[in-house]
Design a binder for this molecule. Sequence first.
Ligand SMILES: *Cc1c(COP(=O)(O)O)cnc(C)c1O
Length: 421
Amino acid sequence: MSLSQAITQGLAPDGGLYMPPILPSRFGHSTAGFGVRLIDRACEVLAPYFAGDPLEPHLQTMVDEAFTFDAPTRWLSDDTALLELFHGPTAAFKDFGARFLAAAMRRLAPPDAMTTVLVATSGDTGAAVASAFHNRTGFRVVILYPDGRVSPRQAHQLGAFGGNVHALRVAGTFDDCQRMVKGAFADPMLNARHTLVSANSISLGRLLPQMAYYAYAAHKCVAQDRGVPSFVVPTGNLGNAFACLLARESGVPIDRVAIATNANRALSQLISTGTYEPCPTVATLANAMDVGAPSNVERLLHRFSDTRGVVEADWVDDAEISAAITRTFHDHGVAICPHTACGVEVLRRMRANGRAATGTKWIVAATAHPAKFETIVEPLIGQTVALPDSLAQILNTPAHADLIASTLSALVARLEQFVGD
Ligand SMILES: *Cc1c(COP(=O)(O)O)cnc(C)c1O
């Protein structure tokens, strides 16, 4: 199967996850460091994966279209930095993957049909996908989110796009939303009628482009004579951390990778004991990482059966998240979001117990802008966090989302209604 087909399908027909059959390991990276842009690194790291694919001739324009904002590294001290992944339109790292997926889908979708992108979201994914497909001819976006279970700002954001984006508030939980979406994808008639496509985080169209910012930051670190960096990646479904591991396997100069989770501990347990046991989801302050059964875990098991010496994982409870936010602001004057705080705390511990030697360079992925989680961050740091312009704009636009029952038939009825519109 070609990469294009895998991107179009999202999930394999048997329910499995697609993997590149061989990783284009150790391919030639340019050693040029200074002045190399994120988009150049993106093309370089993605090119071997697109070799021979129908999308290969479009890779450069897709990257140009998707990566319209930077991913700066902010050094807090000599040996510790934040990789700021929140300068996109919805202020979280998911903009990178969602925008690249949209650029790919635009080139892959049947030209005369209306394609419906259907997503269930517990917050950030829905906004990133909506923003990436907003006002694109030939696409309609339908977002399901659990009513009353996303933050007020997140809900507003989801309902404020309008146009070809339809936000549906589901009277139920995130699991209900996911069940409805899965039910829709499992119905071949419905798929054909609406040309349904998925945009969830298991899609290679979102996963692969996330390698770009690790390549960009790592090469920059080397070029600045700081040495080969290691990364701490706050993770939930393991999408972002897997992209970092994939970048490392693809020859990007990365030393070690540490996975940071919140109190959902399945990954820490897997790495420390070798046994994977999904757990019931626990609600935490870092809600975009509230995942009991990470959906990319099979990819990790398949590809990295022996992770010793390379990958480690640790988890952080809510009190420690709060403490890390407070401490980072106190020590460095920098506000961080609760997800980033998990990474910062894991690194603090690794430094304290010698697992990360002084002087070795560690970069923590900063996954969202703190202003997205102002109800948590502001009381801890004792001041307001200024909204980035793109977020402020969305929050100033009126929002609307229809309430629907948590059943597949309620979703189908809505889809029919959109066709009539
Ligand atoms: C989605 C999200 C995460 C978790 O990303 P995964 O790819 O599921 O590991 C972390 N932080 C923020 C802010 C997110 O939106």
